[in-house]
Design a protein around this ligand. Structure first.
Ligand SMILES: NC(=O)c1ccc[n+]([C@@H]2O[C@H](COP(=O)([O-])OP(=O)(O)OC[C@H]3O[C@@H](n4cnc5c(N)ncnc54)[C@H](OP(=O)(O)O)[C@@H]3O)[C@@H](O)[C@H]2O)c1
Length: 329
């Protein structure tokens, strides 16, 4: 039996329960993982509260990012018992879930965890850097000299985007809501930080870019705020929506702005993790960044599995800077 987080009704963090569940044996293409650490993501908060792009099939498990050790393998799997691995977010939480001491996961979602990469790091880096890489490099084609505006910059994805822009020779402009996080974002490599509660975001970005705007805007908030962000996208630039924290309907700003050459698109990490060739490039990019020190786990707080509800409450407080991780031991 493995202690496993499940919920039987949609709701707040307190619907999460720890239950003893028999994980079973891995089928073809699957492994049984001893989970050591779990990366907590906003997607799980949204899934639990019924606001995600898929509805949970109750009773439901949670989690798509983890680090651990392979305990058993199914047919046709190239991983071996004892391999240290990370689980990448490549599947629906209705099919597999990793908030547990042991979990069955698809081998396609695994990468080897190099010596020296501890479990917390192995559970903290993949969702943020794969998302940043996917939108910025693979889809966006970002180059040295470009400017990237990053909204909700203190999120784990936002910080990975700051690191990624710097690695490419682009200029990251961070947007955060409160002054409290400004200094920290500068320390993480933001070239400039705009505090949206206090500043006119569009005016500040246009001033910083000499009126040109930014080639890329990455927004995790969406909703009516895109009308302001759309104003600061340079001609032929792109407004990427990779999250919808506002929970509000999102207009397309192009017509209000006089029909500029503005592309707006959504992006999910599954565009990378479900495309083997893209994933191979992405994993190489992230691994080399970790090796050189350009990328690293930025962990806000670590909770034990028994405090999973507190971990979700902490995420919903929006006071964090970087990643929230849960450990099983
Ligand atoms: N598309 C994908 O595949 C993908 C993958 C991973 C994550 N995401 C998305 O990326 C975002 C960040 O996820 P995460 O897990 O890294 O971080 P997170 O910890 O959930 O991000 C929290 C941060 O988002 C900002 N925020 C929260 N609510 C907000 C609101 N109502 N209005 C404006 N800003 C708000 C705050 O940043 P400030 O205090 O700095 O303003 C807050 O600290 C989420 O929207 C998530 O869904 C998308």
């Amino acid at each position: 039996m493995a202690r496993t987080v499940r919920f039987h009704e949609i709701g707040g963090p307190d619907v999460l329960r720890l239950e003893d569940v028999e994980p079973g044996a891995p089928g073809p293409g699957e492994v049984l993982l001893r989970v050591e650490a779990i990366g907590v993501n906003r997607a799980e908060v949204l899934f639990r509260s019924g606001q995600y792009i898929q509805a949970p099939k109750l009773p439901a498990g949670l989690g798509a990012e983890a680090a651990g050790v392979v305990e058993a393998v199914g047919a046709g799997v190239s991983f071996a018992v004892g391999d240290r691995v990370s689980v990448l977010p490549a599947f629906s939480q209705n099919d597999y879930s990793v908030y547990a001491e042991q979990a069955i996961v698809p081998a396609d979602a695994l990468v080897h965890r190099p010596d020296g990469v501890d479990a917390v790091t192995g559970a903290a880096v993949w969702m943020p850097y794969l998302t940043a890489y996917g939108a910025m490099v693979e889809v966006g084609g970002m180059r040295a000299g470009d400017t990237a505006v990053i909204n909700a910059a203190s999120s784990s994805v936002g910080i990975a985007a700051i690191h990624t822009a710097n690695r490419l020779g682009a200029t990251p402009i961070a947007v955060t809501r409160t002054e409290a996080k400004k200094q920290r974002l500068l320390e993480e490599g933001a070239a400039e930080v705009i505090v949206s509660d206090e500043q006119d975001v569009a005016a500040a970005i246009l001033a910083l870019t000499g009126g040109r705007g930014a080639e890329f805007v990455f927004d995790a908030v969406a909703g009516p705020g895109v009308l302001e962000l759309g104003r600061v996208v340079a001609a032929d630039g792109t407004l990427f929506l990779w999250g919808a924290q506002s929970g509000l309907p999102t207009p397309y700003p192009g017509f209000d702005l006089g029909m500029p050459a503005l592309a707006m698109r959504t992006f999910t990490v599954h565009e990378i993790t479900r495309a083997p060739e893209r994933l191979r490039r992405a994993a190489a990019f992230v691994t080399s960044g970790l090796r050189t020190g350009a990328f690293r786990a930025v962990v806000d707080r670590v909770f034990p599995l028994a405090e999973i509800s507190l971990a979700h409450k902490h995420m919903e407080s929006n006071t964090q800077v970087g990643k929230i991780v849960v450990t099983t031991s």
